[in-house]
Design a protein around this ligand. Structure first.
Ligand SMILES: Nc1ncnc2c1ncn2[C@@H]1O[C@H](COP(=O)(O)OP(=O)(O)OP(=O)(O)O)[C@@H](O)[C@H]1O
Ligand SMILES: [Mg+2]
Length: 462
């Protein structure tokens, strides 16, 4: 048991010691701080060299989101530039203590970053924000990804008197990035960034409107797909209220040029407000990143296009492991998770009815006789939808090159040439002596000549 006054003495001694410590620490580094360090220290009102620094890395494609969030959190604060010889390579600590490098307040570096399909935003590339958060002074160094200097990702370094403040700040920053994300509701595609092993960078794609009537498929097909993809979304609240999930998937498969991609483009256009992550061909290697991106921006669709191209892309992107990864993913999705890919739709070549509708669609705006169009449609049996589109383009081109107005004879001539080319291609591909079987069996028409069979597109909304 100690005497009460002993206790008081001890407390006083400890207090004095601490005070001396603080005074000393204040005194020493103060003299050695760079002008930049002094500025930060003045803002913090405490020893800058003792302040904890929290580093938060942000994916390069969230650069704009980061800037938006920081601008909001820093409202009323100060934005400074950083000048100094080695600022790209040195840490924040060096910036306020390394006097030889001459760190000082300079001009703010800004850059332009896409914030929509046709819009760019001015964002801070390298800057220091001095702000007040939760009543506490905070200093934030903001940087964009800079491949030239080996910085693959964007990020912040947050300085506060207490690490808890810095942590709360980063939490608020992440929440705002999520809430205000410029990626939300957009159509995005992932493209390689830097080294091919590095992650994908998201690029905005314009959302196009493809009318339902411009997608010509056998009766009921488009409706089924639309109902599955868009209809369920329309009943989102009901499903959620009943405790049911909204995940679903569609697999579209069929020969080239039959409208799988067109169907997907139509769906994307119709799913206004839904975030879309589009992976085409070799970009399917971002198969791990896409769902993460989409999940954070729900409601969202992930589109995997032309998966069969991955198999052909030998060597360059290490296709085998990737192909297996994708196949594995699909096998599991199809076999074990009926909630994931629960609709497989065959997109066939057009039958006589669809062909007539396709010809009516693609003849629009052209002065051609109804009878000539009907005859051509019948003669084009076995060809794909893209063949129809190409046929009319070719007729227009042939007439222009011949120097006369478009007439029925141009359509007939273009059809002869295309059917002959098709037959020739089929012959050479199959190594046959004559035209061989019907194009329906053996070849593909324009838009996807027989080189590729059974192209398929998976459309897999989350
Ligand atoms: N069902 C269709 N209705 C109307 N136009 C079509 C249809 N299918 C194809 N087309 C026309 O042909 C073009 C190419 O078709 P699309 O890219 O959709 O084929 P695909 O089935 O995705 O082929 P691939 O397997 O080669 O990817 C379309 O942009 C469109 O102009
Ligand atoms: Mg396609």
């Amino acid at each position: 048991m100690s005497e009460p006054e002993d206790d008081t003495d001890r407390t006083l001694m400890i207090g004095l010691e601490r005070l001396l410590d603080v005074v000393q620490r204040f005194d020493e580094p103060l003299g050695r701080l760079t002008p930049l360090g002094e500025r930060i220290q003045a803002h913090l009102g405490s020893d800058v060299t003792a302040a904890p620094i929290l580093t938060e890395v942000v994916a390069a494609h969230r650069t704009v989101d980061l800037d938006v969030a920081l601008e909001e959190l820093a409202a009323g604060g100060e934005l400074l530039g950083v000048r100094g010889q080695n600022r790209e390579h040195e840490g924040l600590e060096a910036m306020f203590s390394s006097r030889s490098a001459g760190y000082d307040v300079g001009a703010v570096d800004v850059t332009l970053a896409a914030s929509g399909p046709r819009i760019r935003r001015r964002v801070v590339a390298f800057g220091l924000r001095l702000l007040t958060f939760d009543g506490e002074p905070v200093a934030v160094l903001q940087r964009v990804a800079d491949r030239q200097h080996g910085r693959e990702q964007a990020g912040v370094r947050v300085l506060a008197r207490e690490s808890a403040t810095a942590e709360r700040f980063v939490g608020a920053m992440r929440r705002l990035m999520h809430e205000r994300s410029v990626l939300r509701g957009q159509v995005l595609t992932l493209v390689p960034r830097g080294e091919y092993r590095a992650g994908g960078e998201s690029v905005f794609v314009e959302r196009e409107a493809i009318p339902e009537d411009d997608v010509i498929l056998p009766a009921g097909v488009l409706d089924t797909v639309r109902r599955h993809v868009l209809g369920i979304a329309a009943h989102r609240e009901t499903l959620l209220a009943a405790g049911r999930h909204l995940k679903r998937g569609v697999l579209l498969y069929g020969p080239p040029g039959t409208g799988k991609t067109l169907t997907v483009r139509h769906l994307i256009g119709a799913a206004e407000g839904t975030t879309v992550v589009l992976l085409t061909g070799p970009a399917i290697r971002f198969i791990q990143e896409a769902p993460d991106l989409a999940r954070g921006l729900q409601p969202a669709l992930v589109v995997l296009e032309d998966i069969d191209l991955v198999a052909m892309d030998r060597g360059r992107f290490g296709p085998q492991p990737l192909l297996f990864a994708v196949l594995d993913l699909f096998e599991r999705a199809l076999a074990q998770r009926p909630g994931r890919v629960d609709l497989a739709v065959d997109v066939p070549r057009p039958g006589p009815d669809e062909r007539a509708r396709l010809f009516a669609l693609y003849v629009r705006g052209l002065a051609l006789g109804a009878e000539a169009v009907r005859t051509a449609s019948e003669r084009a049996e076995g060809t794909t939808a893209s063949f129809a589109k190409e046929l009319f383009r070719r007729a227009v081109l042939d007439a222009a090159m011949a120097g006369h107005p478009l007439g029925d004879a141009d359509l007939a001539g273009a059809l002869d040439a295309m059917l002959a080319a098709d037959a020739e291609l089929t012959r050479s591909l199959l190594g046959m002596g004559d035209a061989g079987g019907s194009p329906d069996e053996d070849g593909e028409a324009a838009g996807g000549p027989g080189s590729r069979r059974g192209g398929w597109t998976a459309y897999s909304p989350l």
